[in-house]
Design a protein around this ligand. Structure first.
Ligand code: 5GP
Length: 220
C-alpha cells in the first residue's frame, strides 16, 4: 500500500521503497569505520548482522558484530532457507539471516550489509533492483600494509596472508555499482552518503510519488 506521510513541518513526505546497501572491501580499506559512522549518523539504515562459524575476536560481541554459531546450526539455517546468502571465507562460514532484513525493509528502513563479493553476487541475483553495491579500495598497497600492521594483533605472517587475500578480494571491484577510494576518511564518508542520498531519490524507489503528485494536482 502506498502512503504519503506528513513530516513535522506539515509538508508531505513521499514514502519510498527500502534499499539494500552492500559495502565490500579487502580488510584494512576502512569499510568497518565507514559503516559504523553511517549507522551512527543515519537512523534510516540498519546493519544486517551476519551469522558466522568463526571464532569471536577480542573486543567482538555476539549479537552486535556477528551472531556466533556452530557449523551444525549454520547447516540447519542454510537447509531451512533462513539465509538470504552465504559464503565460505578463509575457511569459515558466513551468512545473512533473512528474517531481520525483511523486518527492517517492511518497517520502511534501508539495510546495510558488510559482506564479501560472493554475498553481493548472490543478493544481486535474488533482490535485483533493490540492491546498491559499493566497493571500498585502499589508496595504495603501501597504505593497506601499514593499516594492517597498525592493527597490531597480527603477526608478520598473518599480515602477509591478509595482503594476499586483499589482492583476491580487490579483483572483484568491477562487479560493483560504485567504487570509493579511501585515501581520506572524511571524503570517503561524504561520498558514501552521497551515493545513499542519490539512490534514495531514484524515481522507482519513491513508491508514493504518483499519489503525492495526484494529491498536489487536485489542489491546483
Ligand atoms: P571477518 O571475519 O574479518 O569479520 O570477515 C571476513 C569477510 O567476510 C569480510 O570480507 C566480510 O565482509 C565477509 N562477511 C561477513 N559476513 C558475511 C556474510 O554474511 N556473508 C558474506 N558473503 N560475507 C560476509
Amino acid at each position: 500500500m502506498k502512503k504519503v506521510k506528513k513530516n513535522s513541518r506539515g509538508s508531505k513526505r513521499v514514502t519510498r521503497r527500502g534499499l539494500m546497501l552492500v559495502l565490500s572491501s579487502p580488510s584494512g580499506a576502512g569499510k568497518t569505520t565507514l559503516s559504523r559512522r553511517l549507522l551512527e549518523e543515519d537512523k534510516g539504515i540498519e546493519l544486517s548482522i551476519s551469522v558466522t562459524t568463526r571464532q569471536r575476536r577480542p573486543g567482538e560481541m555476539g549479537g552486535r558484530d556477528y551472531h556466533f554459531i556452530d557449523a551444525a546450526k549454520f547447516r540447519t539455517m542454510k537447509r531451512n532457507g533462513d539465509l538470504l546468502e552465504w559464503a565460505e571465507v578463509f575457511g569459515n562460514f558466513y551468512g545473512t539471516p533473512r528474517a531481520p532484513v525483511e523486518r527492517t525493509l517492511s518497517a520502511g528502513k534501508d539495510v546495510l550489509f558488510d559482506i564479501d563479493w560472493q554475498g553481493a553476487n548472490q543478493l544481486k541475483r535474488k533482490v535485483g533492483k533493490d540492491l546498491v553495491t559499493v566497493f571500498v579500495l585502499p589508496p595504495s598497497a603501501r597504505e593497506l600494509h601499514s593499516r594492517l600492521r597498525r592493527r597490531a594483533q597480527d603477526s608478520e605472517a598473518v599480515i602477509r596472508r591478509r595482503m594476499a587475500e586483499a589482492g583476491k578480494e580487490m579483483s572483484h571491484w568491477d562487479e560493483y555499482d560504485y567504487v570509493i577510494v579511501n585515501s581520506d576518511l572524511e571524503k570517503a564518508f561524504a561520498e558514501l552518503r552521497s551515493i545513499l542520498a542519490a539512490e534514495r531519490l531514484k524515481r522507482a524507489r519513491q513508491s508514493g510519488l504518483a499519489e503525492f503528485v495526484r494529491a498536489m494536482k487536485r489542489k491546483l
